[in-house]
Design a protein around this ligand. Structure first.
Ligand code: SF4
Ligand code: SF4
Length: 368
């Protein structure tokens, strides 16, 4: 194989198999966001083969990405996770020790009580692994937020006895559960998320169904997230949802509410995979070719703010992983000022093509 020279160093430490450790623990060059941004700005983009994202946006009626009304506050409670999925954009895993402290949680709670956002979205890693997760959910649920989301990877519910009661805990606090399930078949799911993940996910879904989540007539919401298992874009969200519903019902009597189809963004471990499988350039071509001008208007960063485990503010979870703090004089949750923050410009780079391809992609699926 003739790999482009600029990727040679990365390939020495890059394998196609399921990673057992994060990029950070493997000391892979790609654990450095600067390196990732370099890749995304050079090569086919610097040579002019493909347009920079900012130039593509400038051609649309949106012209420049600016925040609209803040609707979603997304908090990353830490990068620790019980899984090490091959496509993880967080580079999460059991070896990551970054965890939100009670002090930062308290600063977040102060903001939650006063924000105009109607949705609170807790993510990770596995947010449930934060030792203060339950305390935080209890406190945050008192703030009367309309939609309180926890992104649960499902297997955490089965990982240890201490997590077995999570479905009841979620129910008690009327939490909206959003969970990844890359596919309704064992092989594809395990290939992306690790051996045994599919079976554990099915067990966890049954436990959530048993307390009422996703069942007809219940107000306990359970949504699933699909993301492609390789270097391709998701197909139609509605059609996928129908397939997932039919298969999970027939095979396991499992119900859920909605399916969100999410595009893998070319960062972190998915970028590692793209490079190692020699798909990086083709994938970027596919994303650029699928650029949908009408998706630009509603990309996630226009109504969301992302807070990292250590309280820094970002336009979205992806920018967080790339170390791109908000372009505002307010950069930390302790200094939060919604009005000042809403006046910022959104920081963009070529990874953003993942949000505007086809029907668009956000943490809540398609945007068009
Ligand atoms: S479960 Fe989610 S956070 Fe954890 S490694 Fe997999 S993709 Fe990353
Ligand atoms: S990656 Fe983030 S900043 Fe870029 S378009 Fe998507 S949501 Fe916006």
């Amino acid at each position: 194989m003739n790999y482009p020279v600029r990727f040679q160093n990365l390939l020495k430490t890059t394998k196609l198999s399921m990673p057992t450790k994060s990029l950070a623990a493997r000391k892979n060059d790609l654990s450095n966001p600067v390196k990732q941004l370099e890749i995304l700005s050079n090569g086919i983009f610097k040579s002019g083969e493909l347009p920079y994202f900012k130039d593509k946006v400038a051609e649309t009626s949106t012209a420049q990405l600016k925040p609209k009304k803040l609707e979603i506050l997304q908090l990353n409670l830490g990068y620790m996770c019980n899984q090490t999925c091959s496509h993880c954009h967080v580079d999460a895993g059991p070896d990551r020790k970054e965890i939100m402290t009670v002090e930062t949680m308290q600063q977040c709670l102060d903001v939650i009580k006063n924000t105009g956002a109607h949705t609170l979205d807790l993510t990770g890693g596995a947010p449930e692994m934060n030792p203060n997760f339950r305390w935080f959910v209890e406190e945050a649920s008192k703030a009367g937020i309309q939609d309180f989301i926890v992104r649960s990877n499902l297997t955490i519910i089965r990982a240890n006895k201490k997590y077995h009661d999570l479905p009841e805990f979620f129910k008690k606090h009327n939490v909206h559960v959003i969970s990844s399930l890359p596919f309704y078949k064992r092989e594809k799911t395990d290939r992306q998320r690790g051996k045994g993940v599919f079976d554990k996910s099915i067990e966890a879904l049954k436990m959530l169904n048993a307390v009422g989540y996703g069942r007809e007539g219940s107000n306990l919401k359970l949504d699933l997230v699909y993301n492609p298992s390789g270097a391709f874009l998701p197909t139609n969200q509605e059609a996928l949802e129908k397939d997932f519903k039919k298969a999970l019902k027939e095979d396991f009597d499992i119900d859920f509410n909605q399916l969100f189809a999410i595009t893998n963004l070319p960062i972190s471990r998915f970028l590692e995979y793209l490079i190692a499988s020699e798909n990086y350039e083709d994938y970027m071509y596919a994303l650029v070719e699928a650029f949908n001008p009408s998706a630009v208007e509603n990309v996630m960063c226009t109504n969301t703010l992302s807070v990292s485990w250590d309280g820094w503010l970002y336009d979205c979870d992806f920018n967080q992983m790339l170390g791109l703090k908000v372009a505002s004089k307010i950069k930390h949750i302790k200094d939060y000022n919604e009005e000042v923050l809403q006046n910022r410009d959104i920081i963009i780079s070529q990874h953003c093509y993942g949000c505007t391809a086809g029907a668009g992609s956000s943490c809540q699926g398609s945007v068009t």
